[in-house]
Design a binder for this molecule. Structure first.
Ligand SMILES: [Zn+2]
Length: 359
C-alpha cells in the first residue's frame, strides 16, 4: 500500500473511519472465549498458537485453540461479525498485500485452476456448477475452458462475485454464506458439482456451510472440498508463521479425518482423497516474508495513528530491498522441495476430497 501524503492524511476518509473504530478499542471485537470444541464438544482444549495480525498489522492479538480429541483447530475467542469485517476490510485473500510476488506466484493461477477442473472429468460432464467462496471467480473462468457446456455460478461473502458476473466469468452471482438458510433454500438441489476451495477456514460455522453445500447438490452430485492441512509438518514447525494459520481472518482449520467423517455421516461416498495436488509450494517463503515484514519498521496504513518518520520509511525501503533475495531463495527451496513434499505423508500442506451425495 503506497504511503499516504501527509497533507491528505488528516482528511483521508478511510483513516478517519479506522480512527473512529479504534478509539473504542479492539476488545469488543471478540466473543466470549468458549470452553469446548465447536466441532465435537470436547472440553480438552489447548492453545495451538497466539499471533498478531501478521499481514495487515492491525492492532489486536488472537489465539488458535486445538481440540485434544478430534484435532479441530479454531480461533478462540472468535471474532464477532463486526470484528471480522474490521480485520477483513482492505484485505484481498487472492492477493494479500504484504506478501512479495514470489510467495503469491505459488498460489493458484489459471493453469492450476484448469488442472483442478480436469480432475473432475472423471465424474462426467456437469450441467451446473457452483463455486463457493469464489472471490473474483478466477476458478470458474478457467474451468469453463475444460467444461465449455457447463453453467458456472458463484457464491461469495463479498461483492467481488457481482463484479465477476459483470465480467462474464459466471452466470449467476450470490452474495452470502451457505449457512444462511435463505441462501441455502435458494440454491437447494440445483447443482451437479459444488466446489469449495479454501473457503471453510473463513466460515463462522464450517459444519453448517458444508451441509449447505451438500444441500445445493442434486442427488448423485459431487462435492469438491480443498483445505489447508493443520496436521502438516510445516504447520506444526512454523506455527504462527505458517500462512494458512491466517490470524485473525481464519476461524477454523479442519483435519482431514473430521471432514471425511462429517461427509460420510451426511450420506456421502468419498471418491477421492488427495494430498498431493493441493500442496501449495510456499511454506518457507511465506513464513520468511511474514517474519521479515514483522521485523521491519511498519509501513504507513490507514489504521495507523501517526505516519512513520522519514528514517523509519528509509530503513524499511532499504531492508525490504536487501532481503528480497532471501525470499527469492526460500521460494526456490519451496519449489525444489515440492515434489518430495507432495509425495511424503504429513508434509503436503493441503488436502482435497471429492464426495458423491448419495442420499
Ligand atoms: Zn473436537
Amino acid at each position: 500500500m503506497p504511503p499516504l501524503p501527509y497533507a491528505s492524511r488528516a482528511c483521508d476518509p478511510r483513516r478517519i473511519a479506522y480512527a473512529a473504530e479504534l478509539a473504542q478499542g479492539t476488545d469488543r471485537f471478540h466473543e466470549p472465549r468458549r470452553e469446548n470444541c465447536p466441532w465435537c464438544g470436547s472440553a480438552r482444549l489447548r492453545t495451538r498458537l497466539r499471533a498478531p495480525d501478521l499481514l495487515q498489522h492491525k492492532p489486536g492479538r488472537f489465539a488458535l485453540d486445538q481440540c485434544g480429541d478430534c484435532g479441530h483447530a479454531f480461533q478462540n475467542p472468535r471474532l464477532t461479525p463486526e470484528g471480522l469485517a474490521f480485520y477483513r476490510r482492505d484485505h484481498d485473500e487472492t492477493g494479500p498485500g504484504g506478501l512479495p510476488h514470489q510467495v503469491l506466484a505459488a498460489r493458484r493461477d489459471r493453469r492450476r485452476h484448469r488442472a483442478d477442473a480436469h480432475l473432475m472429468r472423471n465424474v462426467g460432464e456437469p450441467e451446473s456448477w457452483l463455486d463457493v467462496g469464489t472471490g473474483h471467480a478466477h476458478f470458474p473462468a478457467a474451468a469453463r475452458e475444460v467444461f465449455p457446456y457447463t453453467s458456472f455460478d458463484g457464491l461469495d461473502p463479498t461483492p467481488r462475485v457481482e463484479a465477476a458476473r459483470a465480467a462474464g466469468r459466471i452466470e449467476e452471482a450470490h452474495i452470502g454464506h451457505l449457512a444462511d438458510p435463505h441462501i441455502a433454500d435458494r440454491l437447494r438441489g440445483r447443482y451437479d458439482v459444488v466446489s469449495v476451495f479454501h473457503h471453510l477456514a473463513h466460515a463462522r460455522d464450517p459444519r453448517a456451510e458444508l451441509r449447505g453445500a451438500l444441500g445445493a447438490l442434486r442427488p448423485g452430485g459431487h462435492l469438491l472440498v480443498e483445505l489447508p492441512d493443520p496436521r502438516s509438518l510445516f504447520a506444526l514447525l512454523l506455527g504462527k508463521w505458517w500462512l494458512p494459520h491466517g490470524q485473525p481472518r481464519h476461524l477454523h482449520l479442519l483435519p482431514l479425518h473430521n471432514l471425511r467423517a462429517e461427509l460420510e455421516s451426511a450420506g456421502c461416498t468419498i471418491l477421492v482423497t488427495d494430498r498431493r495436488t493441493p500442496h501449495t509450494p510456499n511454506d518457507l517463503s511465506a513464513a520468511l516474508a511474514l517474519a521479515l515484514t514483522h521485523a521491519l519498521p511498519a509501513p504507513d496504513t490507514p489504521w495507523r495513528d501517526t505516519p512513520p518518520g522519514p528514517l523509519s520509511r528509509a530503513l524499511r525501503a532499504i531492508l525490504s530491498t536487501a532481503t528480497t533475495p532471501l525470499v527469492a531463495a526460500a521460494a526456490a527451496a519451496d519449489l525444489l522441495l515440492s515434489p518430495l513434499l507432495r509425495r511424503t505423508p504429513g508434509l503436503s500442506n493441503g488436502y482435497r476430497i471429492v464426495a458423491r451425495r448419495d442420499t
